[in-house]
Design a protein around this ligand. Structure first.
Ligand SMILES: [Zn+2]
Ligand SMILES: [Zn+2]
Ligand SMILES: [Zn+2]
Length: 113
């Protein structure tokens, strides 16, 4: 993982958990080639364990020189009556969110997608 290509390391993002894409606002420029191009997503994988916890990981890579800027980790699990989301990434930052799965909270359903 590289700390020189980002403006801020692990910024606090509140409840914004990304399961795809890049937080390009925080990308300074590639330390290896000096360019600032929209980062590629590579090595994306999704794992689900027997408890239903889902782990999505991928890497943010410079499209010009294949320099790896950051590794992205996103987890999703159901905890009682809540769906818990967590994101950890040098570039995209740290965030956590929980959404009630009870029906009366259905006005937040579109938040999931
Ligand atoms: Zn770098
Ligand atoms: Zn580069
Ligand atoms: Zn990320």
């Amino acid at each position: 993982m590289c700390q020189d290509c980002v403006k801020e390391k692990h910024p606090q993002r509140g409840t914004i958990c990304l399961e795809s894409g890049s937080y390009l606002m925080n990308f300074a420029s590639c330390i290896a080639c000096g360019r600032k191009e929209p980062l590629k997503i590579t090595d994306k994988s999704t794992e689900e364990d027997e408890d239903g916890e889902e782990l999505i990981t991928y890497k943010h890579v410079c499209p010009s020189c294949d320099h790896i800027v950051a590794s992205h980790e996103y987890t999703f699990r159901v905890e009682g009556q809540y769906q818990e989301y967590m994101m950890t990434c040098l570039l995209c930052g740290t965030a956590a969110d929980s959404v009630s799965i009870l029906p009366e909270d259905s006005n937040r359903t579109n938040h999931l997608f």
